[in-house]
Write a protein that binds this ligand. Structure first.
Ligand code: CTP
Ligand code: C5P
Length: 340
């Protein structure tokens, strides 16, 4: 049935709950095996039946997968067991999955049909990141939060003085990341494209911890204000200063990959200063600095971090229309844990 095709169409499917750069990396590898990538995402009902309720609902999960730059199409409500009918329906040559076994509630390999038909390819799972690991970090964060009570800030500060800025693969705050970032991974995630002459350059900065639908909606709006979007990511100690507790949950390197996987992002500044300076704006030839409508904390010296772009009349606020926050995700996890 593939006679007239001059390119390969690849199929992936999964839950894509709490989408992280491990998911993005598997989609990147899948896309590299062909020219067109279609991703099937399961409904809440289907996931609940086979492995328990997801943290994010299907609309959120569909949107997150659509936001990943290697994805060409999303199929909503794909079945848990991948059938040849599904591959044929979307004219896909084969299905790609990470090298871990996925079972249905009845203990059947979800990919047994496509494997038998020789229409299955495997990619390497990204070591050191998983939903389970991220949930673990969040639970650890709240446990410390409750135990330490009023002393929680002192504890966090003590950590920061003993840790290098970003020399460690661990989050200095939750202390449990096993992911080892390399320059190769960053190169693989990057577009490597410089802005074209005349392109309008937009700059945004933030923590972008546990990259979520709110961030995605915000970056879409920010990108609409120009042609080339640069995202500045604050270092772990800077994020900890304004988020407190044991934030960030993901260290700087992990946040870099999450943001780079987003289709609206052109470039990332790894460890951006909290205050947007004139130097930075000149260096990156920034036309406009954009921020969402979430509250902005003053810098250490009490200054507004956006004072410079505001004075230059190069500052805009956009509304993401989405009230998701990293803290809300943590709350959902706790609630989820208490209920199930
Ligand atoms: N995946 C990966 N590396 C990871 C996590 C997931 O390559 N660290 C891949 C899986 O192998 C699968 C795809 O991402 O091909 C989507 O699968 P999904 O069902 O959403 O993921 P899980 O395997 O449940 O991932 P997690 O344990 O992180 O929830
Ligand atoms: O909180 P954080 O620093 O990760 O936010 C990064 C950017 O995303 C900020 O400009 C913030 O206003 C924006 N944002 C948003 N809507 C959300 C969450 C964040 O516009 N729900």
């Amino acid at each position: 049935q593939n006679g007239h095709k001059h390119y390969t169409r690849v199929w992936c499917d999964g839950c894509y709950d709490m989408v992280h750069f491990g998911h993005a990396n598997s989609l990147r590898q899948a896309k590299a095996l062909g020219q067109h990538l279609i991703v099937g995402v399961h409904t809440d009902e289907e996931i609940t039946k086979h492995k328990g309720p997801p943290v994010f609902n299907e609309q959120e999960r569909y949107k997150m997968v659509r936001g990943i730059k290697w994805v060409d199409e999303v199929v909503e409500g794909a079945p848990y067991v991948t059938t040849l009918e599904t591959l044929d329906k979307y004219d896909c040559d084969f299905c790609v999955h990470g090298d871990d076994i996925t079972m249905t509630a009845d203990g059947v390999d979800s990919y047994h049909l496509v494997k038998k038909a020789g229409r299955y390819r495997e990619v390497q799972r990204t070591a050191g990141v998983s939903t389970t690991d991220l949930v673990g970090r969040m639970l650890l964060l709240t446990r410390n939060h409750f135990r330490q009570g009023q002393y929680e800030y002192e504890v966090a500060k003590e950590h920061s003085s003993t840790m290098g800025q970003d020399s460690s693969a661990r989050s200095p705050w939750t202390g449990c990341s096993q992911f080892l970032p390399t320059t190769r991974k960053i190169v693989q995630f990057s577009d490597g494209k410089a802005p074209e002459p005349g392109e309008r350059i937009v700059y945004v900065a933030g923590a972008f911890d546990l990259f979520h639908v709110g961030h995605l909606d915000f970056l879409e709006k920010a990108r609409e204000k120009g042609d080339y979007l640069i995202v500045g990511l604050h270092t772990d100690p800077v994020v900890n200063r304004y988020k407190g507790s044991n934030y960030p949950i993901m260290n700087l390197h992990e946040r870099v990959l999450s943001v780079l996987a987003c289709k609206y992002v052109s470039e990332v500044v790894i460890g951006a200063p909290y205050s947007v300076t004139e130097d930075l704006m000149e260096h990156f030839k920034v036309d406009v600095v954009v921020h969402g409508d979430t509250p902005v904390m003053a810098d250490e010296d009490g200054e507004d971090p956006f004072r410079c772009p505001k004075e230059l009349k190069k500052f805009l606020t956009v509304s993401s229309g989405n009230d998701m926050t990293t803290e809300k995700i943590v709350e959902r996890i706790i609630r989820n844990r208490l209920e199930f």
